[in-house]
Design a protein around this ligand. Structure first.
Ligand SMILES: NC(=O)c1ccc[n+]([C@@H]2O[C@H](COP(=O)([O-])OP(=O)(O)OC[C@H]3O[C@@H](n4cnc5c(N)ncnc54)[C@H](OP(=O)(O)O)[C@@H]3O)[C@@H](O)[C@H]2O)c1
Length: 246
């Protein structure tokens, strides 16, 4: 049994990691701004040392696309050094953070670099987009009479449960470094996924390809967000949608 701190343990992925680790008998501490036990904002770090004391493993799932992830990672690394007990700091990253020049991805790449240079034992897993995120994106577009989705962009969505299984497996005191990427079982265009979403939610709308511009869009169009050689996830987007309806 280990003492494990899960940052972002109240989030979609973090919550599922917490459940798995507790079920396996570990002592798990949940940290986030709104967590009841360890309400810590990683951007200022107040209360972080108490949450970290004696932790052997940290699973870092906390993140905000609005910014602040690099400052948060610096605080986390400093606290882990001070604690002196952390053998493995496990980080969840995204496939393509090094090749798609999208602001959020660039900050996740910087966090990877901070961890790699920290001298601490680290494990880094990059995965593709979760089904929930894709459903959220196409769901927002599906509110419109014509459903506009970026043209030429393919995604390889994966079930968050499968990512949580893998993170729980990696959350041991011995670090693994950068581990193989993990992607979903199928690569589909956003238009195809949009049509699957519309059909699963019983709506009849036309999906229209929306051409965009800019470096980030070009990076997605080139498929930088895909990992065809690591399609280790099993649950397809259609299966995810069918499960949501139950
Ligand atoms: N969603 C995807 O498709 C996807 C794909 C690959 C990798 N990932 C990565 O997986 C991780 C989790 O994603 P998710 O979709 O589960 O996100 P989520 O549901 O939005 O969860 C984010 C978590 O971070 C916490 N948090 C945010 N800012 C914080 C701060 N300043 N200090 C402390 N806690 C903070 C949030 O809780 P509070 O609001 O209570 O602070 C929440 O628990 C992220 O690193 C993300 O980049 C996501």
């Amino acid at each position: 049994m280990s003492t494990i701190l899960v940052t972002g343990g109240t989030g979609n992925l973090g919550g599922q990691v917490v459940t798995r680790l507790r079920d396996a008998g570990h002592e798990v501490r949940v940290l986030s701004r709104h967590a009841p036990d360890h309400p810590v904002d990683l951007r200022d770090g107040k209360g972080l040392d108490a949450a970290m004391a004696g932790a052997e493993v940290v699973v870092h799932c906390a993140s905000s696309p609005r910014g602040g992830d690099e400052a948060a990672a610096e605080r986390l690394i400093d606290a882990a050094r001070r604690a002196g007990t952390v053998g493995n700091l496990v980080y969840i990253s995204i496939v393509g953070v090094d090749v798609v020049p999208f602001g959020y991805y660039e900050s996740k790449r910087k966090v990877e670099q901070l961890l790699e240079a920290s001298g601490l034992g680290v494990t880094i897993l990059r995965t593709t987009q979760f089904h929930d995120l894709v459903a959220q994106v196409v769901g927002m577009a599906a509110r419109l009479p014509l459903v506009p989705l970026p043209a030429g962009v393919r995604v390889q969505p994966i079930a968050v449960e499968e990512v949580a299984d893998r993170l729980a497996e990696l959350a041991v005191p011995t670090p693994s470094g950068r581990v193989p990427d993990m992607g979903g079982p199928q690569i589909r265009t956003l238009q195809e996924l949009g049509r699957a979403y519309l059909s699963a939610t019983g709506r009849r709308r036309r999906v229209v390809p929306l051409p965009l511009w800019g470096k980030a869009y070009a990076g997605f169009r080139r498929g930088g967000n895909l990992t065809p050689s690591h399609s280790s996830g099993h649950v397809t987007f259609a299966e995810y949608l069918a499960g949501r309806g139950r």
